[in-house]
Each structure stands twice: as structure tokens, then as C-alpha cells.
Design a protein around this ligand. Structure first.
Ligand code: AP5
Length: 205
């Protein structure tokens, strides 16, 4: 059976960057609630649109997100789950619907997170992630089409980090208390982080 991998970390810790590598290397689905919600940002639900929460840096209500995850995991054999669970009630729901083989946590200092997120740029055609300083696009054509995510302004980033501390840090503690969590130094270069991620998956899955 393909591995079931959970990747945890604050906004900007590098979950998306590493998940894309995991999905390719281990041939598993990249299940990311952030991308799924962005693709359906203006969908009307009984709780309002996802955009009304995301643009403020707040969490989208659990029923909307739980449904997205359940449907995606139903279809996937192996997966890397990125951006979920973000609070304890989502963690309980996840426990009911699947088993995990590896729980990774990318550890990064808060000011570094702000710097990474405000400098992040995305390629709308490929989904590739860049950074104006750490990882600029070298191809001029690519550089010209890069965009910034709407919630990557400094004000919204600070609110996302506050929401993370309040809601998601308890999830990290929950997996840590269970003895399932493997902490990785997320302040290393992307390649060094990747080496630790791969070693951890290979020895646990
Ligand atoms: P989501 O899309 O999940 O965003 P996030 O968790 O805030 O995380 P990010 O995607 O911003 O960061 P990342 O860790 O993936 O970092 P990246 O690899 O890009 O959620 C967005 C919103 O959706 C939420 O605010 C919420 O409203 C809603 N939502 C989503 N899931 C939800 C849920 N379960 N429940 C309720 N609401 C939900 O890296 C960042 C930058 O750093 C890049 O520029 C990259 O190039 C650079 N970088 C990466 N690694 C390194 C490194 N090692 N060294 C130097 N630079 C690096």
C-alpha cells in the first residue's frame, strides 16, 4: 500500500514546497485544502464563500473542509496531506476516516515565516512556487507571469500566524503527545529539508 503522509507546519513553513516533491517521489496524491479551497473560492455554501474567510486569514468552517478532505482521501491510495487538520476537531475527524503512517512537522521561526510568505510568488501556469529572494525565477518569461497570493500581504500573514498559534499548535501538540510526530528543521535550505523529509518517510512508511 502507498504511504499515508501528513505534513504539518505554520503558514510558510514549506509544506507546499516539500509536498510537491513527496508526491512526485512516492507517486502519491498531493491533497491540499488550501489549493482545493482556492479553486472553489467563490462557491456559495451555507456558511458563505471560502473567499470571505481566506482573504481575512481566518479558517473556513469545518463542514466545508472536512467534506473536501473526505472526498479526496476516498479517491487516493497513497497521499501527502497538506494544510489539514488545522484544529482539534478536524484532527478527530481525520482520525475517524483514515490511518497515518508518518506525521512530519516543519519547524520555522515566526519572522522567517513572514519573510517567506510576503516574498512568495506563484506560477499560475505550472503551480510552481518561487521566492523573490530565496528562489527567483530564472527564465524571463516565467518571471513576468508570476503572481502573489491574495493572502500573502503582511497584514493577512500576521493574522494567519495568529490563527495558526491559536488553532493549529494544539494539533501539533496532539500528535507530539501521541509520539507520532517527527520534527524537521525547516530553516535549512529546501534541498536539506527534503533530505530529512525523505529519510523520515523511508524509515517510517
Ligand atoms: P493554505 O493554502 O493551506 O496555506 P498555509 O497553511 O497558510 O500555508 P502556505 O501555503 O501559505 O505555506 P507553505 O507551508 O505551503 O509554504 P511554501 O512551501 O509555499 O491555506 C490558505 C487558507 O485556506 C487558510 O488561511 C484558510 O483560510 C484556508 N484553509 C486551508 N486549509 C484549511 C483547513 N484545513 N481548515 C480551514 N481553513 C483552511 O513556502 C513559502 C515560501 O517560502 C515560498 O516562497 C518558498 O519558495 C519559500 N521556501 C520554502 N521552503 C524554503 C526553505 N527551506 N528555505 C527558504 N525558502 C523556502
Amino acid at each position: 500500500m502507498e504511504p499515508h503522509i501528513l505534513i504539518l507546519g505554520a503558514p510558510g513553513a514549506g509544506k507546499g514546497t516539500q509536498s510537491r516533491r513527496i508526491a512526485e517521489e512516492y507517486d502519491v496524491e498531493h491533497v491540499t485544502t488550501g489549493d482545493a479551497l482556492r479553486a472553489n473560492k467563490h462557491m456559495e455554501t451555507e456558511h458563505g464563500t471560502p473567499a470571505s474567510y481566506m482573504d481575512e486569514g481566518e479558517l473556513v468552517p469545518d463542514p466545508v473542509v472536512n467534506e473536501i478532505v473526505r472526498a479526496a482521501l476516498d479517491e487516493a491510495d497513497g497521499y501527502v496531506l497538506d494544510g489539514y487538520p488545522r484544529n482539534l476537531s478536524q484532527a478527530e475527524y481525520l482520525h475517524e476516516i483514515t490511518d497515518l503512517d508518518v506525521v512530519l512537522y516543519l519547524d520555522v521561526d515566526e519572522e522567517e515565516l513572514v519573510h517567506r510568505l510576503t516574498g512568495r510568488r506563484l506560477d499560475p501556469e505550472t503551480g510552481d512556487i518561487y521566492h523573490v529572494e530565496y528562489d527567483p525565477a530564472e527564465d524571463e518569461e516565467v518571471a513576468e507571469r508570476l503572481v502573489q497570493r491574495e493572502d500573502d500581504t503582511e497584514e493577512t500573514v500576521r493574522e494567519r500566524l495568529r490563527v495558526y498559534r491559536e488553532n493549529t499548535e494544539p494539533v501539533v501538540e496532539f500528535y507530539d503527545d501521541e509520539g507520532a510526530l517527527v520534527r524537521i528543521d525547516g530553516e535549512q535550505s529546501p534541498d536539506e529539508v527534503w533530505k530529512d523529509v525523505r529519510d523520515t518517510i523511508d524509515s517510517n512508511a
